[in-house]
Design a protein around this ligand. Structure first.
Ligand SMILES: [Zn+2]
Length: 311
């Protein structure tokens, strides 16, 4: 399965207009990563059939309630369901104390380990890495410390053509050297073009989650080459002043970042409750950058294809 994101919540501040506060699940190679966990995330997971137990890593952007008030409930449910697997949480530093206080008040000791990774002290990227994927944190400009997250597929080991192995009688050592990128010469001393030896590199998937932030043009540089960008768009351009006062962005500002970063697809989310529908925000963004979708709760968006399909 390629990289795809299911939106569980796209509302800013409060649940409204059938939109829940921020939460989304990134799926890649049968692994699930939770990004933010606003109020109601568990109910949304139930509704959209997200396999909670496959989540071992949770990324929390900042400690405004609309981004993490569902987390304690989720942790508590894991305890009640008898979870044993370690759970890693990447978040601003105060979150650990908040969780510990709630556990203490309830005289609860979880049956599984929660391992906190403080974002403030982990700015050497990546903050998380496995064999398939690396995650980096990006500091954002908000009223309190806030971080965006970039998920990047890691390059796979180059694959050698079977015919090349036969034609050039490649030894195991030759194969290892070619995989490492060493030039290969045939028996006559002629350089063999790399394209005749290895399959072409696959386009690597990447996804960035940028919420919440004031308009920050310097982000574009950090997001260069990202395939799919989710950028907060709390307001329309007519509310530009209010957006700046509240350290949020407008649809047009999100589109400017997408344009400057050269992303393939821009997803708009984190909508103010004042917008019952979001088409106007999407068309405002399209006046700057063509490939825009305003997300819907329950929508799944695949990186590279730009396809959206309801679960
Ligand atoms: Zn927010």
């Amino acid at each position: 399965m390629g990289m795809q994101v299911t939106i569980l919540g796209s509302s800013s501040a409060i649940p409204a207009n059938d939109r829940y506060p921020s939460a989304q699940v990134l799926a890649y190679e049968n692994r699930l990563y939770l990004i933010d966990c606003g109020e109601g995330t568990q109910m949304q997971m139930n509704r959209y059939n997200v396999k909670k137990n496959r989540i071992n890593h949770i990324f929390i952007s900042h400690l405004h309630g609309d981004h993490y008030l569902g987390l304690m409930g989720l942790l508590s449910s894991y305890h009640l369901f008898g979870r044993k697997a370690d759970l890693h949480i990447y978040a601003p530093c105060e979150l650990e104390n908040i969780i510990e206080l709630q556990k203490k008040a309830a005289l609860t000791v979880f049956q599984y380990n929660v391992i906190f990774h403080t974002l403030e002290s982990r700015l050497n990227n990546p903050i998380y890495e496995d064999d398939k994927l690396a995650v980096s944190a990006v500091p954002l400009s908000h009223r309190i410390p806030a971080f965006g997250f970039i998920f990047r597929e890691k390059p796979a080991e180059p694959k050698i053509y079977k015919e090349a192995i036969n034609v050039y009688k490649l030894s195991v050592e030759d194969i290892l050297r070619i995989k490492r990128g060493t030039p290969f010469y045939d028996q006559n001393g002629q350089l063999v073009p790399r394209a005749s030896l290895v399959y072409p590199d696959k386009k690597l998937s990447s996804y960035a989650y940028i919420s919440d932030t004031i308009y920050d043009p310097t982000l574009a540089h950090k997001l260069k080459g990202i395939e799919m960008l989710y950028h907060e768009c709390t307001f329309g351009e007519d509310m530009k002043t209010v957006a700046a006062e509240k350290f949020h962005s407008t649809a047009m500002q999100a589109a400017n970042i997408a344009l400057k970063a050269g992303v393939s697809l821009l997803l708009l989310g984190h909508f103010s409750a004042r917008y019952k529908t979001t088409e106007a925000l999407a068309s405002e963004a399209r006046s700057v950058f063509q490939n825009v979708l305003a997300v819907e709760d329950g929508g799944t968006y695949a990186v590279n294809s730009g396809m959206k399909n309801e679960l």
